[in-house]
Design a protein around this ligand. Structure first.
Ligand code: ACO
Ligand code: ZN
Length: 161
């Protein structure tokens, strides 16, 4: 990879799913069945994005839109973007790809879905991801004990949009 690589981001299509699943398996311990990816593609395809370098997929972000109680105002009903999974292949990290994917999706959440908040869960040990989210304006709201299958805690992080 060279430093003047061209990064392109675009909404995911059904042809991308095999590559997205491979990147998910390579980068994260949380995996999902094919039906999960396809369901998100059909329901929330506008906020399921991939990043390409030289026509190869190197990262993705999968999001869904939920209606429910605000994370910031108890009792208030809002639309929330739930960042479910984001990953960038190791050799392509620290080049702004995750920032590009997430900031694009956050903007679409506001303009297309009229979401007023976004949130996610992240392993308490995942310093790179926590730093990324903080840079994008997410804050840690609380810790969720034993959230992951292996027993690790999660931080619930959220941002007003
Ligand atoms: N150490 C410290 N800070 C980091 C690191 C790191 N290793 N990686 C990113 N950051 C912070 C930095 O502030 C960085 O800005 P800088 O490079 O100017 O210092 C900022 O985040 C933006 O980084 P990007 O280049 O946009 O992020 P990248 O494309 O490298 O992707 C990601 C970050 C997605 C966390 C990547 O490391 C990855 O795929 N990790 C494995 C999978 C994973 O942990 N995904 C998140 C799980 S939680 C969830 O999915 C909801
Ligand atoms: Zn989640």
């Amino acid at each position: 990879m060279n430093s003047d690589m061209r990064i392109k981001i675009r909404p995911a299509t059904d042809k991308d799913i095999d590559y997205v699943i491979a990147i998910n398996i390579e980068c994260l311990p949380e995996h999902y069945p094919l039906s999960f990816w396809l369901e998100h593609l059909s329901k929330y395809g506008d906020v399921f994005y991939v990043a390409e370098v030289d026509d190869k997929i190197v990262g993705y972000v999968l999001t869904r839109v939920e209606e429910g109680e605000s994370l910031f105002h108890i009792g208030k009903k809002v639309k929330k973007g739930h960042i479910v999974s984001v990953a960038v292949r190791e050799n392509y990290r620290r080049r702004g790809i995750a920032t590009y994917l997430l900031s694009t999706v956050l903007s679409i959440l506001v303009h297309l879905y009229e979401a007023s908040e976004a949130y996610l869960e992240v392993r308490v040990s995942n310093v790179p991801a926590i730093k990324l989210y903080e840079k994008l304006g997410f804050e840690i709201l609380r810790k969720i004990e034993g959230y992951y299958l292996d027993g690790e805690d999660a931080y619930l992080m959220a941002k007003r949009l």
